[in-house]
Write a protein that binds this ligand. Structure first.
Ligand code: SF4
Length: 364
């Protein structure tokens, strides 16, 4: 009797980011290496891909904790269809809330990175419906800082530098995306710079460079690399001096666009948030507001101590309607016309936006 070609299924229960799930792409590469002959199917949501008859293993990923109900639905859907397949569940959402997965499905999720797959380059043939134009890699995992609002300490608890990240680079893409959470703190910083210099394509450290470590030496060193855009984070007003210094140094040594993530709805006040975005606007850089959400499975948003649902909704609306891709652009004129000149006026404006939106909805 002819030997059956093994089949494997990779599932992304819900696609909410422009990038395909890196973990599943690595698992795909690992499976291809282990099984010379195999069929690997990648699926977003709940649907049996054409040609899939009897998968031996099903890998389900997760991202946001508030979408874990979708993960559970996928687990049930594929378990009903393929009760004999061995199912694995992992990803950031499952790592942050393993109890939910365990209680709702009886499956013990994998927490953190899957070490055996980590060494493999992503299988770029598995795009999960995205149009990919960049290689995706990590030169290091972990972050030495332990910011209270950040979950990196849970899903990347151990430091390790990947000496072989170049295996992940495909010359067919015009860009390289590094997902390192704090590459500037990596002991491999210098050797990585030397490796990156060899590539002409644009390089994006899309989790941001640590402004506190971005001094004259680092700014100068990075001039040999085509980093575009340059990203920082301004999550806490206490780091104002370091962030402004980093921005000015980046401008001194580079002409590339600067984007700054700005956390809100944690312990900040709306006035403090305004202070930070206003400062960034005065520095003529882009702000990228990031709303803090508790890593729970609840769909409900919990306003931080100093925020409320009206203000959160109005801020989201302002970003959606006035700005491109949720980023506050450099134009001073538009900033003032949208967010006004003082923190108090900013808060009043948000309430006006909220009321206006509510009135519009009533009319419909
Ligand atoms: S510096 Fe960034 S990655 Fe590191 S713990 Fe803080 S928020 Fe997380």
């Amino acid at each position: 009797m002819a030997k059956r070609t093994p089949q494997f299924l990779l599932v992304e229960p819900i696609a909410k980011t422009p990038f395909p799930p890196l973990g599943l792409m690595k698992i795909s590469a690992m499976l291809r290496k282990r099984f010379k002959e195999c069929h690997i199917f990648a699926q977003v949501g709940n649907e049996v891909p054409a040609g899939l008859i009897r998968p031996e293993k099903i890998y389900v990923t997760s991202l946001f904790t508030w979408d874990l109900d979708k993960v559970i639905k996928s687990i049930h859907f594929y378990r009903d269809k393929f009760p004999r397949a061995k199912m694995y569940v992992g990803g950031i959402g499952a790592s942050l809330n393993p109890d939910y997965i365990r209680n709702m499905s009886g499956i013990e999720p994998h927490i953190g990175l899957l070490d055996e797959a980590e060494a493999y380059p992503p299988d770029y043939s598995q795009t999960f419906g995205r149009k990919l134009n960049a290689s995706i890699t990590f030169a290091s995992r972990w972050c030495p800082r332990k910011c209270r609002f950040c979950s990196v300490k849970t899903h990347e608890p151990k430091f390790f530098a990947r000496d072989n990240w170049e295996k992940d680079i495909s010359k067919s893409f015009p860009k390289i995306i590094f997902g390192d959470n704090n590459w500037t703190a990596s002991p491999n910083f210098e050797s990585d710079c030397k490796k990156i210099e060899k590539y002409e394509m644009a390089v994006d450290f899309n989790q941001g460079l640590d402004a506190r470590l971005y001094g004259e030496r680092v700014a100068k060193r990075l001039t040999s690399i085509n980093i575009d855009p340059i990203r920082f984070a301004f999550d806490d007003i206490k780091s104002e001096d370091k962030v402004i210094r980093a921005i000015r140094l980046a401008k001194k040594y580079s002409k590339k666009e600067i984007r700054v993530y700005v956390l809100y709805n944690f312990e900040d006040t709306p006035e403090d948030f305004y202070y930070r975005i206003n400062l960034l606007n005065q520095e003529k850089v882009l702000s990228f507001p990031m709303e803090y959400r508790k890593p729970t499975s609840s769909k409900t948003k919990f306003p931080g101590r100093h925020w409320n649902t009206e203000l959160l909704r109005a801020l989201k609306l302002s970003l959606l309607f006035y700005y491109r891709k949720g980023m506050i652009t450099e134009s001073r004129k538009s900033f003032i016309s949208i967010y006004r000149r003082t923190p108090e006026e900013f808060v009043d404006k948000l309430y006006d936006i909220y009321k206006y939106d509510k009135a519009l909805k009533r009319k419909k």
